[in-house]
Write a protein that binds this ligand. Structure first.
Ligand code: ZN
Length: 523
């Protein structure tokens, strides 16, 4: 009884106390639901917790009947009264709606995303919207900051989710776990001002600007004459510079850090200016739009050119970063297109020694012009290079993953609903040739065994070979959005299977993403 009263005497928001965890089940039982103990959070005069009624999750707000605090009015739900340990409580049973997510983020600030500057971090994209607790378990105790709401506009379109849903799903996951150490949110691969507007309105705090459409990949092989013409055509007013002034700044011996230098000649400069000049101007314009949009709200920026055809050389990285700086852009991370192949869902392809040398050079640019974090896109499953990156980046790193969590959802499914997994696998075979077009993959799907040739206990083995991983990786959009007679073919059944078996899914995620995070833990 004394302990129970203690819960209501908090002066500030206090999540996941031991007392709260031990008492949470009683409040759930009070309304016939099963509580998530870690979610119980005390606030002045009341508590909030998550509880489930079958597969439906509810937010419960509880306060003593005689003294319901004002903030309870911020939440919308059904009011009921229950007697727990002889004391009468008002319990508000609330849906996990957008308006309640907004109220939660306002009244329980730890459930709001925030900025983290240069802290070592991992992007843990969750395309299905039910994986956040598993992602939190993967980083818990590591000191690595999780970016839990992370989705590109392209993937929102492909998964039929809005920026608001992505943000709210992460919020509820954070609340469920009582994760008070903070999380980031990455509006990934933004290409237009409208992309910024939509994700800023949804509450995102990190914005990844992708000026890839403005990168001129032909610059690497263009003739001297073509380069001259192209460089004339650059947006010089956007760059706030002249060709002459830039040449003077770049055609010279450049001393970076760690004894690394670049003897930059005119040709290198011309190719870099043509390749990235327009991308720099576009990024600066996007940054300014963001500044005006966010006003006084804190935010952070990443610039990514990872999805371009040719690798970013050391000199090009230097050019891009120095130009952004000159134009007043402030950023926390930058994603070059690295040497070698960063295919989706599988390990790095390429020579490790060459990668190491090139990564060390990129870090020399970071040390000279930053510091800022190097962002590793398509960063999942790159187990062979993590140790190299971790050693050279000295903590200035952000590793971005997304699709791998979808693959782990399918691994869970193979175990809990083999029949549905078989349907999805067969469907993926039929879709692969169409769906692979916009992805960087190389799978030979003839090497993947068909569902009819696999026993139930062999199904997950499809996810243990690269060809199978890519087959299932690039088809996620079709799997999640294909409809038949107006209803989703797989989406609802997949989500239902994961909800029924959520602890199993969280555990699979914890193990798999834990392997991604472990190499970057400071020792
Ligand atoms: Zn990317």
């Amino acid at each position: 009884m004394g302990e129970l009263s203690n819960l209501f005497e908090a002066r500030e928001v206090r999540p996941a106390s031991e007392i709260g965890k031990s008492l949470a089940p009683r409040f759930g039982q009070g309304v016939g639901m099963e509580a998530y103990p870690s979610s119980l959070t005390s606030a002045p005069g009341g508590i909030a917790l998550l509880a489930r009624d079958g597969l439906t999750k509810n937010l419960l707000i509880v306060a003593p009947e005689e003294a319901v605090p004002g903030w309870v009015g911020d939440f919308h739900g059904r009011r009921t009264v229950a007697t727990i340990e002889g004391r009468r409580f008002v319990i508000l049973i609330s849906e996990l709606s957008h308006e309640n997510a907004l109220a939660l983020r306002a009244d329980f600030p730890y459930t709001s995303p925030r900025t983290f500057g240069l802290k070592t971090s991992a992007g843990l994209g969750d395309r299905l919207g039910v994986g956040t607790p598993g992602h939190i378990r993967a980083v818990r105790g590591t000191g690595i900051v999780p970016f839990l709401a992370q989705q590109s506009i392209r993937e929102m379109t492909r998964t039929h989710r809005s920026a608001t849903e992505v943000m709210d799903d992460a919020t509820w996951g954070v609340f469920q776990e009582g994760w008070a150490q903070g999380y980031g949110s990455d509006a990934d691969h933004l290409k237009t001002a409208a992309d910024i507007d939509a994700t800023a309105a949804a509450g995102f705090t990190m914005f990844t600007i992708d000026p890839g459409d403005h990168v001129d990949n032909s610059a690497d092989s263009a003739s001297a004459g073509d380069l001259e013409a192209k460089v004339e055509d650059l947006d010089w007013s956007g760059l706030e510079a002249s060709l002459k002034s830039l040449k003077r700044a770049y055609v010279k011996d450049i001393i970076l850090a760690d004894g690394i230098r670049i003897a930059a000649n005119e040709e290198m400069f011309m190719r870099a200016a043509v390749k990235y000049g327009a991308a720099v101007a576009h990024t600066a314009a996007m940054y300014r739009h963001l500044v005006s949009k966010m006003g006084r709200k804190p935010f952070e920026l990443e610039m990514s050119v990872d999805e371009t055809q040719t690798p970013t050389s050391t000199f090009e990285h230097y050019f891009v970063a120095k130009e952004l700086k000159r134009l007043g852009v402030k950023w926390v991370s930058l994603a070059p297109r690295f040497i070698g192949d960063f295919e989706k869902g599988i390990d790095y392809k390429g020579d490790l020694k060459t990668f190491e040398k090139s990564f060390a050079e990129h870090m020399a640019v970071v040390k000279k012009l930053g510091p800022y974090k190097i962002s590793i896109h398509s960063g999942s499953d790159k187990f062979s290079i993590y140790p190299i990156i971790a050693r050279l980046a000295e903590g200035y790193v952000h590793v971005k993953t997304a699709g791998t969590s979808y693959l782990e959802a399918l691994r869970t499914l193979a175990d809990v609903d083999p029949a549905l997994f078989r349907e999805i696998l067969d469907f993926a075979f039929a879709r692969y040739d169409t769906d692979k077009r916009s992805y960087h993959v190389s799978a030979d799907i003839d090497k993947v065994r068909r569902s009819k040739d696999l026993r139930d206990d062999e199904l997950a083995s499809v996810l243990d070979i690269n060809d199978g991983r890519q087959l299932l990786h690039v088809t996620f959009g079709s799997v999640l959005t294909t409809k038949k007679e107006g209803a989703y073919l797989f989406r609802e059944r997949l989500l239902r299977a994961l909800r029924i078996n959520e602890d199993k899914y969280y555990d699979v995620l914890r193990k798999h993403l834990g392997r991604h995070v472990a190499p970057f833990v400071a020792r």
